[in-house]
Design a protein around this ligand. Sequence first.
Ligand code: PRP
Ligand code: ZN
Ligand code: MG
Length: 225
Amino acid sequence: SGAMRERVRIAIQKSGRLAEPARALLSSCGLSWRESRDRLFCHGDSTPIDLLLVRDDDIPGLLAEGTCDLGIVGRNVLLERASGYGTGEVPPFREWRGLGFGACRLALAVPQAWSDSQAAALDGLRIATSYPALVSQWLKERGIAADVVTLSGSVEIAPRLGTADLICDIVSSGATLAANQLRATDIVLDSEAVLAGPVAPFGDARAEIAGLFLRRLDAVLGLRD
Ligand code: PRP
Ligand code: ZN
Ligand code: MG
């Protein structure tokens, strides 16, 4: 939206792998909030920066429609949404900074019983994933004619249910794959938490607020190296 605003809204994951480290990082940058009762919106106390607590998958859409100004989200989620824009269509958001936490991989994973040669011959097989754009692009680049089955969750159960032959999902500790007798093969994307923001500069007071926040963030990230 083109609405003028004097405060910056940062969207972060309400619960999940990135939720706590994202809040900790923002606190390190000097931000603090009054907790609201429903905890979906937290008014910034020390700086004109408010928090929006949402599902990580919703963050690119919230950025695109201008409901939030910045977001902390996995690079995997951001790139999947960016890939969804057609050629010639530029996504209105982009990665501003890698944040050095939430490291994970988007990886293909096959049943543990498969041999290496089985896992290397994917033509004609069905791959379950919540990242259809990234997986389709990866397959296309390699000339592999596999079918992509889009699932919004519980992807790791698909091979056992017979709805797919293998999966492509986020692997962090590897516990989910192990619990489902799957093993990772190819890595499609190395990911971590990133700060996402608009491609176009802010045309109002948000420019200065976001600029100050970025300087603090860069100081905090620099201290971590
Ligand atoms: C991913 C993936 C698994 C889990 C794997 O979900 O879908 O559920 O992490 O982690 P592990 O290797 O440590 O077991 P993600 O955290 O991306 O969140 P989601 O609920 O938004 O899919
Ligand atoms: Zn999610
Ligand atoms: Mg998950």
